[in-house]
Design a protein around this ligand. Sequence first.
Ligand SMILES: [Zn+2]
Length: 583
Amino acid sequence: MAIPPSYIQELTARNDIYDVVSRYVSLKRAGRLYKGLCPFHNERSPSFMIYPETQSYYCFGCGAGGDVIKFVMEMNSLSYIEAIRFLAQSCGMPMPEEDDGAAKVKSRVLQMNKLAAQFFYRSLNSDAGRNARKYLRDRQLSDKTIVNFGLGYADAGWQSLTDYLKGKGFSEDEMVSAYLAARGKNGRVYDIFRDRVMFPIIDLRGNVIAFGGRIMGDASGPKYLNSSDTPVFKKSNGLFALNLAKKSGKDTFILAEGYMDVIAMHQAGFNNAVATLGTALTQQQVKLISDYAKRVVISYDSDEAGQKATRRAMELFSKAEVSVRVLQMNGAKDPDEFIKKYGRQRFQMLIDQSDSALDFNLSKLKSQYDISNPEQRVEYLTKACDILATLNNAIRQDVYCTRLANETGTDKAAIKLQLERARSKKRRIQNYQKEKELLKNPLTRNVKADWRQKESTVQKTFAQQQIVCAILRNNSLYDVVKNRLTAKNFTDGDMRAVYTACQDLLESGQAADYSVLAHSLPQQAAQTLAGIFARNADIIITEKDVLMHIENLLTAKLSQREAGEKSVEEIARRIELLKGKKK
Ligand SMILES: [Zn+2]
């Protein structure tokens, strides 16, 4: 659906990028800019920047960039139209007349999911579901729990659900897009979930957005099968039982690894348990949890893999506004088994006694050393200081130094000295990693290098980037450019797209600014453009500069086709390829 540029302009004018982003990211002023920790990748020092002048954002760490609409899309997993509606609502603007294709698709998928969940539920209670019922009973699930979670059974047939949904008027393509059916080599569709106990995943509005299917007994195939991403579901930001945990009204959530753990916990009265959906924890899920809970108790499996996942999860939570505790289980491999063996009271005790993340790490560490041995004691203290160095709070650091001193009979001053060393080591590592991240990003890689000494491609691309940046920030410079260049001179595909779009707007008497352009351009070009604004935030591009860039662009030596490639590496690869063809 095409939304008129004038509408976008008004919408973006009413939704200042700083105001919108600061609802999600805590931003600090840095000159004319703002910076904060990037919400799209993990980082400890901020490389995510807001540019009020161009109303754009850009992350020097991961290259994410765009305007306010793109930000809202990415942050909330919304489609373009949904993001516009979101922003329109938040500033009280009516939506333009719309024919929203994406919303229609979503509502069809939700309808199918709902029918499928009912179908699976009926099937569980039919003859075909006898084994599945036995399986759930063996796992000691009550009828109430089964109803509460809407559990079901997908029978062993290859066309059971597809036939049913066809009868309800859904097309094969629709079923495939909902990840309820797949298309075989012969072109026929078949049920993805077969002979499995089914766990519907329900969002906060009560919609069935996906399914997890668990195999019973020793049947072949993967133990768990989960919906992949569909128009209504993204694995990386869904949580199983979040709907129920939110309803519990508790401000602590228990985070578990599997569906069965969550269900067992709910049945035992811990109705604040949630789980990820067959994937490792992501930053989006951490954000989701911290939206609804103040504390989280990680209760993963007690085996090696579970402990590793625990450490990873703690790392992710350490940046969120939620306090983390870790449940230490002995005598059972997971919460489900623990509750069955020892009962709910003992599990409640585990939760009450759960360690803070720091205590967890320190006690894990201590268990590896014999601190009566002087050498091992030194090693333990050195590693413990490495852990303490990650704390941002000096008072807490001091408290732990005292504790370590008492525990090992070591002089506290010596421990503090070691902590200082650990902190400066950590800073060095951080700086090194930041530099490495910057080098990985093609855009910043070009900036760091002296472009004049690089291949003329980089020079040409750079010149084109500076020219379009100058025009977008000051439309009057277009007159300088249009007399000397045509769109054909823009050899970089993205920059040509940007220039052509500017041309169209300016020639028809409209203003060309980023907020309008970002939506007529291909995504990649819009993102690159955000990066260019970022790079030039503190640089004034004068008319004289523009003339110099035009000169550079017209005199650089490579052929247009070669120069159209993005990086020196790509050209090298291309030349290799051509050589190979000639032989
Ligand atoms: Zn980033």
